[in-house]
Design a protein around this ligand. Structure first.
Ligand SMILES: NC(=O)c1ccc[n+]([C@@H]2O[C@H](COP(=O)([O-])OP(=O)(O)OC[C@H]3O[C@@H](n4cnc5c(N)ncnc54)[C@H](OP(=O)(O)O)[C@@H]3O)[C@@H](O)[C@H]2O)c1
Length: 173
């Protein structure tokens, strides 16, 4: 089972401005993200990210299995599972349903929960050309550390780059 974490951060690591404002993420990048994750067919996200996307009817993503982390009791459907299971149990559950690859798509809390459980294999970071000092960070404050191995650098537009990294699993935890 492989997990790829997708983020569109600022160079200083923010994924949203205060008030869940992600308007700094370009439309081009948003479309590329959707194309990539729809190919993977299985997405995992935190409840806040889900709620933001649900408001605009983007989530649950059609044609994908959606897994949403929450401690609230919410009713799962055929393509949307709400769960408070440990990341390793979530991977088993997804695998049982026949998926070999899943996209972790934020937000900051979900990203750190999966990183600290040693459950992320690859990072796909699309850096947005914006800087600000207040908002939601790509990784919430949970203690973990991993070394990364660069896989590729891709220029997405005049000002945007995509870095792909393999997560080396021998880091301190
Ligand atoms: N730029 C980007 O690439 C990008 C990508 C994704 C998201 N975002 C933005 O990031 C923001 C959301 O990030 P966030 O860090 O606030 O929240 P988040 O990670 O999306 O969701 C956090 C919520 O997930 C649930 N949760 C977390 N850990 C859990 C666990 N171990 N077990 C069960 N449930 C767990 C909790 O919900 P309950 O309260 O329901 O228990 C928690 O409040 C939004 O503004 C979104 O638009 C940006």
């Amino acid at each position: 089972m492989k997990i790829t974490l997708f983020i569109a951060p600022t160079p200083n690591g923010f994924i949203a401005k205060p008030g869940n404002d992600t308007s700094f993420v370009s439309n081009r990048d948003w479309l590329l993200f959707l194309k990539d994750v729809k190919k993977i067919k299985c997405v995992i996200m935190g409840r806040n990210t889900y709620e933001q996307g649900a408001m605009s009817k983007v989530f649950p993503l059609k044609g994908c299995m959606n897994v949403v982390l929450t401690r609230e009791k919410m009713k799962s459907t055929d393509n949307c599972i709400f769960t408070n299971a440990h990341p390793k149990q979530i991977l088993k559950l997804i695998e049982k349903r026949g998926y070999k690859h899943a996209a972790l798509i934020g937000g900051g809390v979900a990203n750190s929960v999966f990183m600290s459980a040693n459950c992320v294999d690859e990072l796909c970071l699309d850096f947005m050309p914006r800087i600000f000092g207040k908002g939601i960070r790509g990784f919430a404050e949970i203690d973990f550390e991993n070394r990364l191995k660069l896989i590729s650098i891709r220029k997405l537009s005049a000002d945007e780059i995509r870095l792909r990294y393999k997560v080396l699993k021998s880091g301190k935890r």
